[in-house]
Design a protein around this ligand. Structure first.
Ligand SMILES: Nc1ncnc2c1ncn2[C@@H]1O[C@H](COP(=O)(O)OP(=O)(O)OP(=O)(O)O)[C@@H](O)[C@H]1O
Length: 305
């Protein structure tokens, strides 16, 4: 039954597909971003996260579609009010002060006068307004990049690997900041290949492996699977669900063809599947990390192509 209270997504990306020189790097990627939610975009280096994010923002051509509150970004009169993006550190003239830089970006996107001080205070950088861009530490540069993304007061924030190179203090700050931003009814997409960090940052998670979504679930569910459930991949999950439930277990679908099972051991699940001719493409239990989980699924995906 449909959940009547489920909020509508602020962002819907569908069928994102991209080839680079005849090589497919994204295959039909779909994801949704919801208000009040921090969604993690998790995948190893080269999985396709940056490509997908750039396509969503209209910075890279390809097939598929991304709608922000029902419209493509190009249809919005003021896209900076819809989405802010952090795609690496702050890019500007190294001799410009932080304030000057933000003022110039604000003028470029049609944001009036004094908003730079407001966004600097949002990221705790009021004191740094007079510093030159070229003298900022990595962590400060990241905060200024976030301040820049906030200039248009966007409903959605998209950050590509924002924790790269950050010290633990800055990562903690980012967690609190993203939580506050989402609590205000906004949506966040944050990509990372660092699994432990993602577990702290995100409520929902979309796992990308070799250009495909291999899991789309809550972080709690994924952590549960990774840390002590039986994970399965099968083209016959409906039949497997019935069998598992008959045996007193529970099966939760976590992504295309993947699921987590509780209440049965992997031996029981394997035997049950064999007895009823349910094909299993992957079966594992008590994985120690999310990385093992998604690499196992990715390898299975890759081999079955
Ligand atoms: N401009 C390009 N030309 C050719 N291949 C590209 C280009 N950009 C990305 N790729 C390839 O596309 C694949 C996905 O890259 P992408 O940068 O999207 O991955 P990622 O998940 O963001 O990884 P990372 O964290 O390393 O940036 C990789 O195999 C990469 O080599």
């Amino acid at each position: 039954m449909a959940d009547l209270k489920a909020p509508s997504p602020l962002v819907t990306a569908q069928g994102l597909t991209k080839d680079f020189r005849g090589h497919r790097v994204l295959s039909g990627v779909c994801l949704q971003l919801f208000p009040h939610r921090v969604t993690g975009f998790l995948g190893a280096n080269g999985a396709g996260k940056t490509t997908a994010i750039r396509m969503m923002l209209g910075l890279l051509p390809g097939s598929g579609e991304t709608l922000f509150m029902g419209r493509s970004l190009a249809q919005w009169r003021a896209p900076a009010e819809v989405v802010g993006a952090v795609l690496g550190g702050v890019a500007g003239h190294p001799e410009h002060s932080v304030r000057m830089h933000l003022r110039m970006v604000a003028a470029g996107i049609g944001v009036p006068g004094t908003r730079e001080d407001e966004v600097l205070s949002r990221v705790g950088m009021q004191e740094a307004a007079g510093l030159r861009l070229g003298r900022l530490s990595l962590g400060m540069g990241q905060r200024v990049a976030i301040a820049q993304a906030l200039l248009g007061d966007p409903r959605v924030l998209i950050l590509d690997e924002p924790t790269n190179g950050l010290d633990p203090h800055s990562v903690r700050w980012l967690r609190v900041f993203l939580r506050d931003f989402a609590d205000d009814g906004r949506a966040v997409l944050v990509s990372s290949h660092q699994l432990a960090e993602m577990e702290q940052l995100a409520d929902e998670v979309v796992v990308l492996a070799r250009g495909r979504v291999v899991a789309d679930t809550s972080m709690a569910e994924l952590s549960g699977i990774a840390h002590g459930r039986v994970g399965v991949q099968s083209p016959a999950l409906d039949k497997l669900t019935q069998l598992v439930e008959q045996q007193g277990g529970t099966l939760k679908v976590t992504g295309p063809g993947t699921a987590g099972i509780t209440g049965l051991s992997r031996f029981q699940v394997g035997d049950l599947a064999a007895e009823h001719s349910v094909p299993l493409h992957w079966l594992d239990e008590r994985l120690t990390s999310l990385e093992e989980f998604y690499l196992s699924v990715a390898d299975q995906e890759f081999e079955s192509r």
